[in-house]
Design a protein around this ligand. Structure first.
Ligand code: ADP
Ligand code: MG
Length: 484
C-alpha cells in the first residue's frame, strides 16, 4: 500500500526513486592496485593513481567489471556489451583528480526489474533504470584539527556500482523493502557486502508528491542516507514538507537536500538551478569496455541461486509456508543454515525451530548466526530428540536455552538432567490409576459432559511424572479409562 497524505485539497500520492551506491567487493580499487580494506589507518591505502599524481594512468580492474556484470544479471537487467567511462568534472578537496571517472550515456548495465514483497504479502515489481561503475571520492575530516579540514584518500578510487531505480516506489516501507532486497541480492551474489554502517551501501533518495492520476511532481533529492531508518524518516519528513508547500499554493524547487538525522528534518544544500555543469566527456585514458556473448554467458552460468528462486524452491519442494520461506531466504547464511537443519528432517518443524526459539536465543544471548554457539547439526540433533519422543517440545525449549548458555549438545543435557520423556506405558498407567482413584468426583463430572476436565487429568498425570510423561501416550491411555 502506498503512502497517502491527506491534505485540505485532497489526497497526495508519494513517489520515490532511489540511487543506491554499492561498494564493489574487490580487494583492489577500480583503477589502481591499492587495498580497499575497511577501517585501515588514514591515507595508508593510496597509490599515485588514487592521489592523482601527474602522469599516472588508470588501469581497469577486471574483477570489478565482472562484479558489475554479475550484479546486472542478478537484477535480471540488460548487460550492455559496449560501455564507456566518462569524466565527471568538479572541484572538491577530497577529489584530487578534479574529476570522477563514472559512466554517463553508456553504462555497463541497462534496464532490469526487482520484486519486493510487502508486509501484507503484496508483491510489487520495481524497475531498475541502470547500473553504472564509478570511483568513490576521498573523505574530508572536519573534526580533527581546530582550523583545518583534513583529507583521507583511502576511499579515493574505490569501485562503486550506482544502481538507479525508476520512480516506482510509493511509500517509505516500499523504499526500505527495495533496499533490503537489493542488499540481499548483492550479498547472495558476493558483489557487495551491503554493510550500511561501514558505508558499503548508501542511498540517494528522490521524493516528490502528486495528486492521484497527475503527472510526476518536482522532486527533491536527499544524499547519502546510510540506514533503513534514516531513509524512511527522510521520506516521511520530505513528503509532508512538500505537501505543506503545495497546499499553501507554493511550488517545489528541485534541489538537493540534506537529511539531518538528529533534528529529523531535511534542509536545502543546493538547488538544481545552480547545479554544476559536470562537462562529462569520455575519459581519453580508458578504452570502452566491450564484451562478447561468451563472457556474459560464463558469468551467468556461475550465478548462485538467488533469494526469489530459493524461496520458490523451499515452498514447492520443502512445503514450507510462504511467510517462513521469505524469512529464511532473506539472508543467504540463514537459508544455508536452514538447509543443513532440514536435510533428512521435517522441513516445517525445522523452519519453526529456527524462526522461533533459535532466533529468540540468538537475540537473547546477543549473538548472530555467524558466531552462533549452536550449530545447524546440534539444532538438528535436538529436533530429532523431539521427533522420536525422547523429550517433549516443552523440554526441548529449555534444552535449547541450556545449549546456548553452555555450548553442550542436546543429548548430553538431556542425560545429565534426566529429562528423558517417559513413554513407558506401565509407569504412566499406574500414575493415571492413582489420579483417577483420588478424583472420582471429577471423573463423574467428566462423564456427565464436562469435557474440559480432560485437561485437568492430563495436567495431574504430567505433574505426577515430573513433567516427563509423553503427552501423546498420556492422552492415549487416559481417554479410555475416563470414558469407562
Ligand atoms: P539525475 O540525473 O538528475 O540524478 P535521474 O533522471 O537520473 O536524474 O533520476 C534520478 C532518480 O530520481 C531516479 O532514481 C529516478 O527514479 C528518480 N526520480 C526521477 N523523477 C522523479 C520524481 N518526479 N519523483 C521521485 N523520484 C524521481
Ligand atoms: Mg542522480
Amino acid at each position: 500500500m502506498g503512502m497517502i497524505i491527506q491534505g485540505a485539497t485532497g489526497d497526495w500520492e508519494v513517489v520515490i526513486g532511489l540511487e543506491v551506491h554499492a561498494q564493489v567487493s574487490s580487494n583492489s580499487k577500480l583503477f589502481s592496485g591499492s587495498a580497499t580494506e575497511y577501517g585501515a589507518d588514514q591515507n595508508t591505502q593510496v597509490s599515485f593513481v588514487d592521489a592523482a599524481m601527474p602522469g599516472m594512468l588508470p588501469v581497469i580492474n577486471e574483477m570489478a567489471v565482472e562484479q558489475a556484470v554479475r550484479t546486472g544479471l542478478g537484477l535480471k537487467a540488460k548487460i550492455n556489451k559496449y560501455s564507456v567511462f566518462d569524466r565527471k568534472n568538479y572541484f572538491y578537496a577530497d577529489l584530487p583528480q578534479g574529476y570522477q571517472i563514472s559512466q554517463f550515456l553508456q553504462p555497463i548495465v541497462g534496464e532490469g526489474t526487482m520484486t519486493i514483497e510487502l508486509k501484507d504479502g503484496e508483491i510489487r515489481e520495481i524497475g531498475i533504470t541502470r547500473l553504472h561503475l564509478e570511483q568513490d571520492a576521498g573523505k574530508s575530516i572536519h573534526d580533527q584539527h581546530p582550523s583545518m579540514t583534513l583529507v583521507d584518500l583511502n576511499r579515493s578510487g574505490v569501485a562503486l556500482m550506482e544502481i538507479v531505480s525508476e520512480p516506482d516506489l510509493r511509500s517509505p516501507e516500499e523504499a526500505a523493502a527495495y533496499v533490503k532486497k537489493l542488499r540481499s541480492i548483492v550479498r547472495y551474489l558476493g558483489t557487495c557486502d551491503g554493510n550500511m554502517d561501514e558505508g558499503s551501501m548508501r542511498a540517494d533518495v528522490n521524493v516528490s508528491v502528486r495528486k492521484f492520476g497527475d503527472e510526476l511532481g518536482t522532486r527533491c533529492e536527499m544524499k547519502n542516507l546510510n540506514s533503513m531508518r534514516f531513509i524512511q524518516q527522510a521520506i516521511v519528513y520530505e513528503a509532508n514538507r512538500q505537501v505543506d508547500i503545495l497546499e499553501a499554493g507554493g511550488k517545489i524547487k528541485q534541489e538537493t537536500r540534506l537529511y539531518d538525522s538528529v533534528k529529523g528534518e531535511t534542509r536545502s544544500m543546493r538547488s538544481k538551478e545552480e547545479a554544476h555543469d559536470y562537462r562529462y566527456f569520455p575519459d581519453p585514458d580508458l578504452l570502452p569496455l566491450q564484451f562478447d556473448d561468451a563472457y556474459i554467458e560464463k558469468i551467468k552460468a556461475d550465478l548462485p541461486e538467488l533469494p526469489d528462486e530459493k524461496k520458490a524452491r523451499f515452498i514447492k519442494e520443502l512445503k514450507i509456508s510462504d511467510y517462513d520461506a521469505g524469512v529464511l531466504v532473506a539472508e543467504k547464511e540463514v537459508a544455508d543454515f536452514f538447509e543443513v537443519v532440514a536435510k533428512g528432517r521435517d522441513a516445517k518443524l525445522s523452519a519453526n525451530w529456527i524462526i522461533g526459539d533459535f532466533f529468540g536465543n540468538l537475540k537473547r544471548t546477543s549473538n548472530t548466526l555467524s558466531n552462533t554457539p549452536v550449530s545447524a547439526d546440534s539444532l538438528g540433533a535436538l529436533i530429532d530428540l523431539v521427533k522420536d519422543g525422547t523429550i517433549s517440545n516443552r523440554t526441548a525449549k529449555e534444552v535449547l536455552e541450556e545449549m546456548f548458555d553452555t555450548g553442550k549438545d542436546a543429548a548430553a543435557i538431556v542425560d545429565e538432567k534426566g529429562l528423558k520423556q517417559v513413554s513407558d506405558t506401565g509407569a504412566i498407567e499406574a500414575a493415571i490409576d492413582t489420579i483417577i482413584a483420588a478424583n472420582l468426583d471429577k471423573v463423574e463430572q467428566y462423564r456427565g459432559g464436562k469435557d474440559k476436565l480432560l485437561g485437568f487429568f492430563v495436567g495431574q498425570v504430567m505433574k505426577a511424572t515430573g513433567g516427563k510423561a509423553n503427552p501423546g501416550v498420556v492422552n492415549q491411555l487416559l481417554k479410555p479409562k475416563l470414558d469407562g
